[in-house]
Design a protein around this ligand. Structure first.
Ligand code: UD1
Length: 419
C-alpha cells in the first residue's frame, strides 16, 4: 500500500488550481444513463471514485470513454440493471444509479451500501422517496430491489436533508409522469450542478439549491454537454493548507461563494482572506498565531462536514481552545486519535471535540481512515516539525486529484512511496 511522506514546517506559497468537484461528477455521470444520446462531461476529476463510477456504468452497458478530464458517455441501451456488491462496497455513491435505472429501465437491483468509517449511513430516505413515486421497493439478500412500470410524480418530504438522496429522487422524478415536489431537499451546490445538467437535456427541474425542488416529469432526456463545477472541498483543503502552514496561497479556478462558511471561520481565526470571482487569496503570514474558533458542521450553506477533519487539524495548532461539533454524521472523529499521535491536545465528548491549540505538532506515522480524515492528516503533516508518514492513502486517492503534485507546486516537501 502506498504512503505519503511529508517533511513539515514549510509555509506554502504560490498558486494552486482546483479540479472539478468529485461530488458533482458522480451524480452527473450516474445521470447519463437516464437518456440516450451522447453526454460530454468536462472538468471531471481523475480520482478513484470517478473511475469506479465509470466501471459501474460500463457494467450496466453504457459506453464510457475517459479522455483526460473529459468523459464521453452513451447509454442508448443498458445490458444490466444490477449494481454489484463488489463495486458498491468500495464506493457508497454507487447508490446514485438506483434512481436513473429505475426511472428509465423500470427496475434496479443495487447492493445495499454497508457501514463506513464515518458511522452508519442509511439510504432509507432514498427508498422511501422512490416508494412515494410508486416504486415497489424491497431489500433481499443485501440488495435493494426497486421496480416500477412508470414512476408517478408525488410530494416527498425528507426528514433530514440528504445530498445523494435528493439527487437520486431528482433524477428518478425527471422521467416520472406528473410533478414531484421534494421538500426539505438538500441545497448543496452539487445538486444545482446536477439539475443544470439534467435541464440541458430536457428535464424540467426548478428550485434546485433551495429546500423545495419541483420536478415536472418528461418522457425522455437527450444527450448534452456540461462542465462540472469546481470542487469546493478540495479548494477548502488548500485554503486550510495555507493557513496551517502560515503561508500565502492563491486558490484559483474555484467558486468562493461555495466556501463562505469556511472562509468566515478562517477570518474569525485571524487569516487574511480576499476573494475574486474565481479565486481566493489566503494570507496567514502576518499573525504570530491564529486564534481558536468554535465550529458546527451543518448541511449547506452551513460549515461542511467534509471540511471538519481539516479544520480540527488547523485548530490543533492555533492559540486557545476550540469546540467543533459534528451534527451531520454520528462518528466522524477517526482522525482525532491520529492527530493525538502527532501531539495534538484533543478531547472527544460525544459528537464534539475540544481542541486546545499547541505551539507545534510533531511528525509521526499516522493512518488514514477515510477520505477527509486523510486530508486532515496531510495538513497536520505539512505543519508539523519533522517527518510525517500517512499510511492507507488509497482513501485520499478516492477524492483528491494529484494532491502531492499540487502541494509540491506550493513548495511542500511531500512524496508518495509505493508500498
Ligand atoms: C454526501 C457527500 C459526502 C458528504 C455528505 C454530507 C456525495 C457523493 N457525498 O454524502 O461527501 O459528507 O453528503 O454533506 O455527495 N441520512 C439518512 N437517511 C438517508 C440518507 C441520509 O438518515 O436515506 C442521513 C445521514 O445518515 C446523515 C445525513 O442524512 O446523517 C446527511 O447524509 P447525506 O446528505 O445523505 O450524505 P451523502 O449523500 O451520503
Amino acid at each position: 500500500m502506498d504512503k505519503i511522506v511529508i517533511a513539515g514546517g514549510l509555509p506554502l506559497q504560490g498558486e494552486v488550481l482546483v479540479s472539478g468537484a468529485k461530488n458533482s461528477a458522480l451524480p452527473i455521470l450516474a445521470s447519463t444513463i437516464l437518456g440516450g444520446g451522447e453526454c460530454v462531461i468536462s472538468n471531471v476529476p481523475r480520482v478513484v471514485d470517478v473511475v469506479t463510477m465509470g466501471k459501474l456504468l460500463d457494467i450496466l452497458g453504457a459506453d464510457v470513454q475517459h479522455e483526460g478530464n473529459r468523459a464521453v458517455i452513451k447509454a442508448d441501451v443498458i445490458r444490466s440493471t444490477q449494481a454489484p456488491y463488489d463495486l458498491v462496497k468500495t464506493m457508497r455513491a454507487s447508490v446514485l444509479v438506483l434512481g436513473p435505472l429505475l426511472a428509465r429501465w423500470g427496475e434496479a437491483v443495487v447492493s445495499l451500501p454497508g457501514g463506513c468509517a464515518i458511522g452508519s449511513r442509511p439510504v432509507n430516505l432514498h427508498l422511501a422517496g422512490l416508494a412515494k413515486l410508486g416504486a415497489e421497493v424491497s431489500i433481499e439478500h443485501g440488495y435493494i430491489r426497486a421496480k416500477a412500470k412508470r414512476l408517478r410524480g408525488a410530494p416527498i418530504y425528507c426528514d433530514v436533508p440528504t445530498v445523494t438522496g435528493t439527487e437520486n429522487l431528482m433524477m428518478a422524478a425527471s422521467l416520472a409522469q406528473g410533478t414531484t415536489v421534494i421538500e426539505n431537499a438538500a441545497k448543496e451546490p452539487e445538486i444545482v450542478d446536477l439539475a443544470d445538467f439534467l435541464n440541458k437535456r430536457g428535464a424540467r427541474i426548478a428550485g434546485a439549491g433551495t429546500d423545495v425542488v419541483t420536478i415536472e416529469g418528461v418522457r425522455e432526456l437527450r444527450g448534452g454537454d456540461h462542465e462540472v463545477i469546481p470542487d469546493r472541498i478540495e479548494a477548502g483543503t488548500y485554503v486550510v493548507a495555507a493557513a496551517i502552514t502560515k503561508g500565502a496561497v492563491s486558490v484559483a479556478r474555484c467558486r468562493p461563494e461555495h466556501l463562505e462558511p469556511l472562509l468566515n471561520k478562517l477570518r474569525e481565526a485571524g487569516v487574511a482572506i480576499s476573494v475574486e470571482k474565481e479565486r481566493i487569496h489566503v494570507d496567514a503570514t502576518a499573525p504570530a498565531r491564529l486564534k481558536g474558533v468554535d465550529v458546527r458542521t451543518l448541511p449547506f450553506p452551513g460549515f461542511p462536514t467534509d471540511m471538519q477533519a481539516q479544520m480540527v487539524a488547523l485548530l490543533s495548532v492555533v492559540e486557545g481552545t476550540s469546540i467543533i461539533t459534528e451534527t451531520v454524521f454520528e462518528s466522524r472523529f477517526m482522525h482525532v486519535e491520529e492527530l493525538r499521535r502527532m501531539g495534538a491536545d484533543i478531547r472527544v465528548e460525544g459528537n464534539r471535540v475540544v481542541v486546545t491549540g499547541r505551539e507545534r505538532l510533531a511528525g509521526a506515522p499516522v493512518m488514514a481512515s477515510d477520505l477527509r480524515a486523510s486530508a486532515g492528516l496531510i495538513l497536520a503533516g505539512l505543519a508539523a516539525e519533522g517527518t510525517t508518514e500517512v499510511l492507507r492513502v488509497y482513501h485520499l486517492d478516492r477524492g483528491y486529484e494529484r494532491i502531492e503534485e499540487k502541494l509540491r507546486g506550493l513548495g511542500a516537501v511531500i512524496e508518495r512511496r509505493k508500498g
